[in-house]
Write a new protein. Structure first.
Length: 366
């Protein structure tokens, strides 16, 4: 994640992964979530923070989920069900259950199908937010699979040349492991900027960079600009920003996620909704069994060689090294496990309020 979104040293307090996970799980339980589901939700959020992806960790998502539970927008005890199933596919109705809780069920189902028939694909409709989609791709990768995950929801992103938002940020991810190199983990919005980064930018006092958002008429803003006070969700540009810089590619990727996540889950794109998030979040989980395509050892050795080659590529002037997707997150995880997860002081204060309001354990700073 760009340094501009991270809390300044003087504004950050470090907490241990273990303590953060305990407190987050306790908060979910106070919302009526079962103990097992609360632990799963806390694991997804804190693992995301360990990897340095603050946009989808406790800082942004936990307060949002609490608000959604209180408003009745998501179901703490969903009766999710299979709507369709074949040997290699399934469609789940999530009954408005939170995606970060149900996502493991869906990916595990895809993995089991892939073990039987080579590829397993599970889609999910009528769901809540999925968090960082790469978390679920990694679940498959850790079982000798190539994992993929994507999610579609909402209307905050403009199509190329458009003045009306038609897409969510529609993130996609892929994960695969070698034997020795840190994992390949690509997880990115198909928009110029993830929606949650607006919250981070406002919190740390950073401007938005040129080409990230458009004005009210859909014209890309090509200079640094403060975070808009209102209506920023609806002004985001597709990946690439402008047509000259390839926004048609981001636009195409957003459509792809709608096809895979929304249409293949027997739901509809968010652009069909008459109310915000009326159709919920729609998710796509895929597992590709490596052994069905090639020898696992051969695949992993080639993965290692490819990732090592990328890592050892000579850097361009003014750059220290070349990274591949997942390398920085792996290094961040090692540091944060040892030295704690940095949270903005405003977030730590929020946890303090939760202690008073809900009676959950105190979050301890290091």
């Amino acid at each position: 994640m760009l340094e501009r979104f991270k809390p300044k040293t003087d504004d950050a307090k470090r907490v241990s992964y273990e303590n953060l996970r305990i407190v987050a799980a306790a908060i979910f339980e106070k919302m009526g979530v079962s103990s097992n589901d609360a632990e799963e939700a806390a694991d997804v959020l804190t693992m995301t923070d360990l990897r340095g992806v603050e946009t989808h960790g406790v800082s942004n998502m936990l307060p949002a989920y609490i608000e959604q539970y209180r408003k009745g927008e998501i179901n703490p005890n969903p009766s999710w069900k299979l709507e369709r199933e074949t040997a290699g596919t399934a469609v789940i109705n999530a009954d408005r259950g939170l995606g970060i809780i149900l996502g493991r069920h869906a990916m595990n189902m895809a993995i089991n199908k892939a073990k039987d028939v080579g590829v397993g694909i599970v889609t999910m409709n009528n769901a809540g937010h999925l968090g960082a989609v790469g978390h679920f791709s990694m679940i498959a990768a850790e079982q000798d699979m190539v994992g993929m995950c994507a999610t579609a929801a909402g209307t905050g992103v403009l199509p190329t040349f458009g003045a009306e938002a038609r897409f969510g940020t529609n993130p996609i991810s892929i994960a695969a492991l070698g034997k020795n190199e840190p994992p390949l983990l690509f997880d990115a919005a198909t928009s110029q900027i993830a929606g949650n980064k607006f919250i981070l930018a406002r919190r740390v006092g950073s401007n938005l960079l040129p080409g990230w958002i458009a004005d009210s008429e859909g014209t890309p803003i090509l200079e640094e600009t403060p975070v808009p006070e209102n209506n920023w969700y609806g002004s985001i540009l597709p990946l690439g920003g402008t047509r000259e810089n390839g926004s048609h590619k981001g636009y195409g990727l957003m459509i792809m996620v709608e096809v895979l996540g929304a249409l293949l889950s027997d739901s509809v794109p968010g652009m069909f909704d008459t109310e915000d998030f009326e159709s919920g979040y729609k998710h796509y989980f895929a597992a590709y069994n490596i052994a069905a395509f090639t020898e696992v050892d051969r695949f992993k050795n080639s993965m290692d060689k490819m990732l090592k080659t990328l890592r050892e590529t000579n850097p361009a002037p003014n750059h220290d090294r070349v990274l591949y997707p997942g390398l920085a997150e792996y290094e961040e995880e090692q540091d944060r496990r040892a030295n704690g997860i940095p949270l903005h002081k405003e977030v730590v204060d929020w946890f303090g309020n939760m202690v008073k309001e809900l009676g959950v354990p105190q979050l301890k700073t290091m």
